[in-house]
Ligand binder design. Sequence first.
Ligand code: 6PG
Length: 255
Amino acid sequence: MAEHGSVNNRVHIFSDENELFERCAGRIVEIGTSAIAERGNFHFALAGGTTPQGLYRRLSEPRLASELDWTRCQIFFGDERAVPPDHRDSNYRMAREALLDHIVLPAENIHPISTEKELQEAARDYGHLLKTALPHDGGRMPVFDLILLGMGADGHVASLFPGTDILAKKNTPVAAVYVEKLEAWRISLTLPAINHARHVLILVSGEKKADIVRHVLGGMPETNPLPVQRIHPSGELEWYLDAAAAHYLHGTFEQ
Ligand code: 6PG
């Protein structure tokens, strides 16, 4: 494993997905344990998509899951597709199947984004939930202990896709967004909500992401920053990559 970067923007590169998931799961347990010790709760927003599935399965293994007091964990979602909770594309369903159904976590500690109502209303309601359930920075933004993100090959995170209007949201933590390229609606945390987190972990694996990783971490000037390049949390940003995704970073970071 190789570590690089500044204090609040560290890049961890692991030999393969197995090591990536093991070490990222360990880091989540570490962040959760200290959040519970310091503040009594761990407010954790899960990522969707496919990459985190392997991580969630690893985290659900008793040897790791037993290290975290899940009764003190409040589980949220970074984004959701506009599908029912049992739909194959649902991030909630994916997280249930890979993690939440396999750990001792009270049902009331799981906070899915409702997709059974009008999407703008669902986004407003989730924003209200975050305002009541999470500590705030004194402003209007909830403060998560940890937001886990994946990254698309186009540099999107959560459902913050390039060129979408949600990127301009400044005063709301959650919004509905129509994603032209997907011809689909999503509900997502906004940039200010993500940037108010104490920790953001961006998990990226596989050679298909090597180009975008080079673009984002390879030292190119940020002329027209992609959504992921606008993630500058007031807390700590850590990248968890496997060697395949970090393929072009040789030379930027010693391996
Ligand atoms: C989603 C995710 C999304 C995902 C990236 C990467 O709902 O799809 O929130 O932001 O993290 O698209 O997805 P993969 O891990 O499937 O490559």
